[in-house]
Structures are given as structure tokens and as C-alpha cells.
Ligand binder design. Structure first.
Ligand code: SF4
Length: 891
């Protein structure tokens, strides 16, 4: 924002006056404008202008008045004291640190409200008669004042109040104050100013020449309309500035960034900036520091480790970063992912798969050992703070990653956060390492960080933070009936009538309306052009226009010629029909390649030719892949023939009397081998017991179903079978092939989810494994007696497929209405599948890769490649369907 300094402000400062702004941001803006003014006058040096925000003015007055030697608490110190009081005075919450600190923050707010709006209630005698939560707070407040007296400390919320008598009696001549951007004065502010001496409000500027009020159909259209309007406004004159005001900057930050990146000239992130920062624990470099420290003594979420490795903040050189990422990939490739990892376990498991960078391992293990030694006792917060710095050096002595300006500033705030934590030693308290980390995490959450302003032409801010800011145009987003005037809640720790009488925020609807009108008038006087807008539909509710905005301008629809980007589609579409044929004929992936080609050609190309795949995270329980793997392994073992398994229906009949015991022995033997990654280490033993029981019951039920079959012999279990389809070589592996009583082959595929033979229908089958095997893996199609999904599901075991003679080879006594009888296997079916499968192979070999999902909702929901094909950007998909399914052995 680079508007010139108002001549009136310049004159005030030149005459020895002080300018006081409502916000820190406004003070910085005015100081920058002052410097630009002097530079434009070719002045070489000038005295620092006396421009400061209200908080800085009060602290300066406190220091100048030298009232006494009491220490002004910082926010963390005050919260620490309140949290201690809450713990001493309450019951169960005392054992829940987060709840205790939330209550402490509420208490701090209530204390500041009383100090600023109703100081007489700081006296306990004025609080007699308060009941319930208010009475509890009143007791805390008495305790807080006593502790402050004992520790010779004072809350910053109380400083302005305490200075007033001193200012009133001190005859020192103080500079006159010019107040900029104040919508109203709190009673204590008024008393402070009266005691200070000369002061006045800055004259209001002329109200805006142009004011308009727009309605958009939804939030997205509103943002895009605003960004597109800003783009045109700035293109006409690039020296202009625009202030975007919104009450939802934190919630809609991502959407806003996308809209402005897309529409602003140059499409660069330097074209706009936010005045409201993000919590320090979301700023990458400090966030990484905290995660690394946590990892030394506690398990870290796998997603956090992924993030650390991918950003490079966990390593000190590019080679280390790549090696750590490769190690994480190798763990996933081996199916060893888990929800969280201790550092020791991660190093142990990852180093089994791939060599880890030895220096990184050594540094981390040394830091971990030091932590284990020192963290066993409680220490002063300042000791922990110093120790944190040395641990950081231990883990990452020097990186080859040069810090950007924003990272450098963020790291300065990280150092300040450590200093804040160290300052908790003022009370002499000793805390554990765990408590120190929790405090550091809390301080980071409460510290908002934004890089220094670079005078971007567009500044995005909140209505209160905009106080004192001026621009060439203002756009106020989200101005609807429910949000403007804003609706807030009265404070739960203070009596409602007291809040109303004292004029505290959110206590009275009329006061809220008056304050919102004052803020609107201030915005109207802050730019020659002011735009208001709102979305008619938000969060599935219809919204109506704000009465305050309607008093200023009539409502217009955003879909007009003023917003060309909204009414004209700027996208140029063209059909990309280029294909890159596959040169190698051999394809790793078996039948799954052609199934995928049928489901979506792009998915097949990306998966089997580009190696793209989803990044499946660990879960606290067995996932559908692991469960499917267990089912396959147990059935493979059971039908593996003598000495431990079964070979035919006769063997099965003999086992029926002790079937469950027989199955259970297979389950107990196999589970530890199949569940890799030592899941027993971290999954509850009772849960794994239940899984074993569930699997035993499922398998027993399935074998009971099979025992009703007509005589059969198992001819092969998961045997590899190479085939060639239209020149494409594949390696197939069927779950099981049985020899039926007429000598024909029955191929089956175990499934634990819902699936039907309609999935085989040409020309876009959803699954080709069985038809592919039946038409290409058997020497003669006349030998195919049947193909079916073996649906291994609790209470619903059955075969679903087609058989040439099901009544004579599968089950005796099938009814004519049975699906197996009604839809027998025919040579025509086999022919149709054969042609369809050949065409899929031809398409795959030819490089066909169009984004064309077979059934968009279903196919895309089960696919992890949305980020690559970008189908989500054009279509909205529902939530993922969690369905138990299995991995085909040839997948
Ligand atoms: S998400 Fe849908 S369109 Fe995209 S690759 Fe997967 S199946 Fe194809």
C-alpha cells in the first residue's frame, strides 16, 4: 500500500505531535508513508516520526511514568498464572492442560474487559452476588490480583488504568495526540486520554465518491468477481492500491490466494499480501523445528514425517533430503506404513529397506540420547530454552538451504517464542520437557506471523485491522444480514447486564449495530471507491443483504458486464489426441493393466507407464488391503494340498467335523507372516485377537459353503501363467483353478467386497481378470467350465459368475430361477470378451491415455490420481467410499 501521507498528518508530526493508530499495521503504514514522503523531497535524513499504536503508547507511558518497579507480564506469563489459578480452584479440568489453558485465556479476556470497560468491578466488593461461572471467575480474579501483588507484577490489560492517576497529577507537558482509525473509545481509553493532555481524533476524510453493493451467487463467484475487478482497476493504473476487507480472512485465506493468483496482473504472490498473519506453528521453518524436537521424545505422525522430509527442513543437504524421501518411499512400497513412528523405530525399519544417510542418523541418534538423559528431570524454562537451541544445532548444524527473507523473519519469531517460553521462569517454576514442548506449541499457536509488508498493491485485512488504512479503493467481502453487523457472544464469565451497561462487545444488538455503522462510515472515508459484496448462498443457507450496506448503495447482481471474467469463459479447449505407443511388449502388472485401461485409459497410462501411485498413509487398524491379503493367504494355505492343506472336495468333507480348529490353525500360523511391519508392536493385542477370530469365522463359513459343492479337485492356486494379448505380454496369476467333475476348468477370483459379473460386460468391463484368464490362459475355450467371483463375505458367501453346466458340475438342485442357471456361460460370451480384451491391449500398446473414467463417481472415488488428471477441478466427487476389498495377486 503506497498512498502518500496526508498533509494534515505530516503537519501534526512536524509540529511535535504524536499520531496514535488503532492497529500496529496502520502505524507501520503511516511510518512507511512518512519515509516515502521525505524521500520524494530528496531529504537525506529525518527524525523518526512519532507514530505508534495504542498498546505501544500505553507501554511507553508506563515506562516514562516509572510508576513502580512492577514487571508487566507478557501474554504467556499471564496465561501461566491464570492456568495455575484455574488448576487450584477447579476440579477435573485441573488434570487436562489444554482445557485449563482455554479457561485461562477466557479469564484473561474477562479481566481485560473489566479493566477497559468497568474498572470498578476489579474490586472484589463490587462482585458480590455474582453466581455460578461468574462467581468462580470472581474468585480466580481475587487470586490473580493477590499473586500479582506477591510477585510484583501487573497484567498488561491493567496498565492503562493504573497510569491514569499518575498522568492526571504529573504536570509534565506531553505531546498532543492525534487518534487515527478509532471507531469508538473504551471508558479506560477515554480516562487515559483526558489525563494525558491534548488529544483529538483525526478529521474524517470525504466519504467515498462511488459506493456499490454486489450480490454473487456463491462465495467463489464473489471472490472471483472481486479479484477480477481489482485486476481491471490496477491495470488501468498500476500505482493504485486496493484494500480487501473480510471478516473471514483466516477461514478463506486459501480461496482468496487462489482467486487473486488467478486474476491479478502478473499472477504473482507479490501482487497481494495479508495483514493478518498465520499462527507461527503453521509457518514452515518454525513448524519443522517443533516437529523435530517432538520426534526426539515422542512418536511423530507419519504425515508429519513425510512433510519434514519433503520440505528439506529435516536435513542439512539436498543429498540427505533425497535419501530420506527414498527411505520413506521404500517403507511404503513394502507396505510398512503406520500412523506414527518413534525416531528409533523409524531408523530401525527404514535402514532395513534402504541405506540411510549415516551423518543424519548419527546426529539424530545423538540428539535423541541427549534428550533421554536430560529430559528425565524438571528444569527452569530458560534452561530448556537454551537446551532447545543446542539440540537444534545438534540435529541440523548447517544447511545448504539459504533462508528466504520470509523464512528468516519466521525464524526470528521462533527465537522470540523461545524467549517467551524462557520468561516463564519468572515464577521460579520448574517444568518437565514435555510441559516445555506443550508451552512452546501453545505460544506458537498464539503468535501470529506475517512477513514484513512489501507494499503490495492489494492488502487483505479484517474490518478492525483496516482502521486507519487508506487506499484508492476498498472491497468489503461477505457483507450480509448475518455477518454485518457481526454477531458475537457475550462473555460467559461476566454478568450479561454488566456487559450491556458497560458497552462491552457483543453484549447488545443495538450497540453492535451502532459500532458496525461507525466502522462502515470509517471505511467509506478511507477510499474514494468502496465496493460491498456478499454471496447469496453460503454453507448451504440462503443469505440476505446487510441493512447497513443497503443504506449506502442499492443491490446489484455481480453477473454483469462489470465482471467480464465471470460472464466470459476464458478457457480455450482443444482435444489432445497425441499418443505415445509403448515400445516394450512385456508389461509388469498382469491383468490389472487391462482392467485399469478399461476403467480409465489415463489411469492405466499414469500407473503402469509413468509409475504414478497413491501415497497411502498408515492407519491405526488393518486396512482393506491387509484384510484382503489375509483372506487370500489363508485360502491359499488351506487349498495348498497335503500335508497341511486340502486338495479336493473329499478332503474338505473329512475336515468338516473339526473345520473351525483346522481353519484357526492356518489363521494363527499365517497372520504374523502376512502382517508385516511388526504391527503387533503398535496395534492393540485385543484388536488383533478379534481380527483373528473374525477371519477364522469368515473362512470357516466359506468352506462350509464350498462343502456343498459337487466333487471337484483344486488344479492350481495362484499359479503364474504368461499370456500374450494382441502383442502385449502379461503374467497372469489366478487365485484358484478347480477341475470340475466333467473335466472342465473353473477359474475363480476371491472377493470380500460387493461385486457382480456385470463388471465383465463389454465394451468397458470394470474387471477383466477372469474373462482374460478364461479366454487367453486356457489352451481351449471348450475346456472352460465356469468363471466366478468367490464372494467371501460374512453371511453372504456365494459364487457369482457363469458356468456351462452349473446344475451338473457345481451344485445339485439349483433352481431354474437361480442366477447361475439363468445366465450360463456361452462361447459367444467368451468371443465377445476376447475381442474386447484385445482392443484394450491394442489401446494400451498404442498409448491411448484419455481422461475418461468408466463410471465417474465410482471409478474416480477409488482412484488416487485426481491430483494428476485434475478431474476434481472440473467435477465434484463425493467422499471416498471405505470398502473392504482385496488386492488381486496379480495387481
Ligand atoms: S481420478 Fe478418475 S479420471 Fe482421474 S485417473 Fe483416476 S479414474 Fe481416471
Amino acid at each position: 500500500m503506497s498512498l502518500p501521507l496526508s498533509p494534515a498528518y505530516d503537519a501534526w508530526l512536524s509540529n511535535g505531535g504524536t499520531i496514535v493508530t488503532a492497529s500496529d499495521r496502520a502505524a507501520r503504514n503511516l511510518r512507511n508513508a512518512f519515509s516515502r514522503q521525505r524521500l520524494s523531497e530528496r531529504v537525506q535524513a529525518w527524525p523518526t516520526p512519532d507514530i505508534l499504536d495504542w498498546t505501544a503508547l500505553v507501554l511507553r507511558a508506563w515506562s516514562d511514568c516509572a510508576l513502580d518497579d512492577r514487571m508487566v507480564l507478557n501474554r504467556a506469563q499471564e496465561e501461566f498464572l491464570w492456568a495455575g489459578i484455574v488448576a487450584d480452584h477447579s476440579g477435573l479440568t485441573a488434570f487436562l492442560p489444554e482445557a485449563r489453558h482455554r479457561l485461562a485465556q477466557e479469564a484473561m479476556q474477562a479481566y481485560a474487559l473489566l479493566s477497559n470497560f468497568s474498572p470498578r468491578h476489579l474490586d472484589s466488593s463490587a462482585r458480590k452476588g455474582w453466581t455460578l461461572d461468574k462467581a468462580a471467575f470472581s474468585a480466580w480474579l481475587t487470586a490473580f490480583d493477590a499473586i500479582c501483588r506477591a510477585r510484583n507484577a501487573v497484567s498488561p490489560g491493567r496498565t492503562a488504568l493504573e497510569i491514569v492517576p499518575r498522568l492526571a497529577t504529573d504536570a509534565t507537558v506531553r505531546p498532543p495526540l492525534l487518534l487515527v482509525g478509532f471507531d469508538r473509545l473504551q471508558p479506560t481509553q477515554k480516562a487515559f486520554l483526558e489525563a494525558w493532555g491534548p488529544w483529538r481524533f483525526a478529521d474524517a476524510a470525504e466519504p467515498a465518491r462511488t459506493a456499490q453493493y454486489w450480490s454473487a451467487s456463491d462465495g467463489l463467484q464473489e471472490l472471483e468477481g472481486c479479484a477480477s475487478w481489482c485486476s481491471h482497476f490496477l491495470q488501468d493504473d498500476p500505482t493504485r492500491s486496493v484494500l480487501i476487507v473480510s471478516q473471514e480472512v483466516a477461514e478463506r485465506r486459501g480461496e482468496m490466494e487462489r482467486a487473486f493468483l488467478e486474476h491479478l496482473p502478473g499472477a504473482s504472490s507479490t501482487a497481494y499480501e495479508f495483514s493478518l498473519g498465520i499462527p507461527l506453528d503453521e509457518s514452515p521453518a518454525p513448524k519443522a523445528n517443533l516437529l523435530m524436537l517432538r520426534w526426539l521424545t515422542e512418536p511423530l505422525e507419519e504425515t508429519a514425517i513425510d512433510w519434514l522430509f519433503s520440505t528439506g527442513y529435516a536435513s542439512q543437504a539436498q543429498a540427505e533430503k533425497l535419501a530420506l524421501q527414498a527411505a520413506m518411499r521404500s517403507l511404503r512400497d513394502a507396505g510398512l506404513q503406520r500412523p506414527n513412528w518413534t525416531l528409533a523405530k523409524w531408523i530401525q525399519m527404514a535402514s532395513r529397506k534402504t541405506p540411510l544417510p549415516s551423518e543424519w542418523t548419527q546426529r539424530m541418534q545423538t540428539a535423541e540420547r541427549r534428550c533421554a538423559e536430560l529430559a528425565s528431570v524438571s528444569r527452569q524454562p530458560s534452561e530448556w530454552s537454551e537446551w532447545t537451541v543446542s539440540l537444534q544445532r545438534e540435529m541440523r548444524p548447517q544447511g545448504d538451504h539459504a533462508l528466504s527473507s520470509a523464512e528468516f523473519q519466521a525464524m526470528r519469531r521462533w527465537d522470540e517464542a523461545l524467549d517467551t517460553c524462557a520468561s516463564l521462569g519468572f515464577s521460579g517454576a520448574r517444568i518437565s520437557w514435555r510441559e516445555f514442548l506443550a508451552t512452546l506449541s501453545r505460544v506458537m499457536k498464539e503468535t501470529l506471523f506475517s512477513p514484513e509488508s512489501e507494499d503490495a498493491p492489494v492488502l487483505i485485512t479484517g474490518p478492525s485491522e483496516a482502521a486507519g488504512l487508506h487506499a484508492d479503493a476498498i472491497w468489503f467481502l461477505g457483507v450480509n444480514e448475518n455477518s454485518w453487523p457481526p454477531t458475537g457472544k457475550a462473555h460467559p464469565f461476566l454478568p450479561l447486564q454488566l456487559q450491556k451497561d458497560a458497552g462491552m462487545p457483543h453484549a447488545d444488538a443495538l450497540q453492535e449495530w451502532t459500532l458496525a455503522e461507525a466502522m462502515t462510515a470509517r471505511l467509506m472515508a478511507s477510499a474514494p471507491i468502496v465496493q460491498f459484496s456478499f454471496a447469496r448462498r453460503s454453507e448451504a443457507a440462503e443469505q440476505r443483504p446487510s441493512g447497513i450496506a443497503l443504506k449506502i448503495a442499492p443491490l446489484q447482481s455481480m453477473l454483469s458486464a462489470r465482471f467480464p471474467a465471470l460472464v466470459q469463459d476464458q478457457t480455450l479447449s482443444f482435444r489432445d489426441a497425441a499418443r505415445i505407443p509403448l515400445t516394450a511388449e512385456e508389461a509388469a502388472g498382469g491383468a490389472r493393466i487391462l482392467t485399469t485401461q478399461s476403467q480409465c485409459a489415463f489411469k492405466a497410462f499414469a500407473t503402469y507407464r509413468l509409475g504414478a501411485r497413491g501415497w497411502n498413509g498408515g492407519q491405526p487398524f488393518l486396512n482393506h488391503l491387509q484384510r484382503g491379503e489375509l483372506v487370500h493367504a489363508v485360502l491359499r494355505s488351506i487349498w495348498s494340498g497335503p500335508p497341511n492343506g486340502l486338495l479336493n472336495s473329499e478332503d474338505l468333507q473329512k475336515r468338516l467335523p473339526e473345520l473351525e480348529t483346522f481353519v484357526s490353525s492356518h489363521v494363527h500360523r499365517l497372520v504374523p507372516h502376512i502382517l508385516r511391519g511388526n504391527v503387533e508392536d503398535w496395534m492393540p493385542a485385543r484388536y488383533l485377537d478379534l481380527e483373528r477370530t473374525r477371519l477364522t469365522q469368515l473362512m470357516t463359513e466359506w468352506l462350509e459353503y464350498e462343502s456343498a459343492r459337487m466333487p471337484f479337485t483344486v488344479a492350481g492356486v495362484e499359479e503364474p501363467r504368461p499370456v500374450s494379448v494382441a502383442g502385449l505380454s502379461l503374467n497372469l496369476r489366478m487365485d484358484r483353478v478347480d477341475r470340475l467333475s466333467d473335466g472342465s476348468a473353473f477359474v475363480m477370483d476371491y472377493k470380500t467386497g460387493e461385486i457382480s459379473p456385470t463388471e465383465w460386460r463389454a465394451p468397458r468391463p470394470g474387471d477383466v481378470q477372469l474373462p482374460l484368464y478364461a479366454t487367453f490362459a486356457l489352451p481351449d475355450q471348450k475346456l472352460v467350465g465356469g468363471l466366478a467371483f468367490a464372494l467371501v463375505r460374512a453371511g453372504k458367501a456365494k459364487y457369482a459368475g457363469h458356468f456351462t453346466h452349473p446344475g451338473e458340475t457345481l451344485f445339485a438342485g439349483l433352481r431354474s430361477s437361480d442366477a447361475l442357471i439363468k445366465s450360463p456361460l456361452t462361447l459367444a460370451m467368451l468371443d465377445e470378451w476376447r475381442h474386447c480384451i484385445e482392443q484394450l491391449a491394442v489401446d494400451y500398446l498404442g498409448g491411448r491415455a484419455d481422461v475418461d473414467p468408466r463410471k465417474e463417481m465410482d471409478t474416480c472415488r477409488r482412484c488416487d490420481l485426481q491430483a494428476l488428471c485434475r478431474i476434481r477441478e472440473n467435477r465434484s466427487l463425493g467422499d471416498e467410499v471405505a470398502e473392504e476389498d482385496e488386492v488381486s495377486p496379480d495387481a
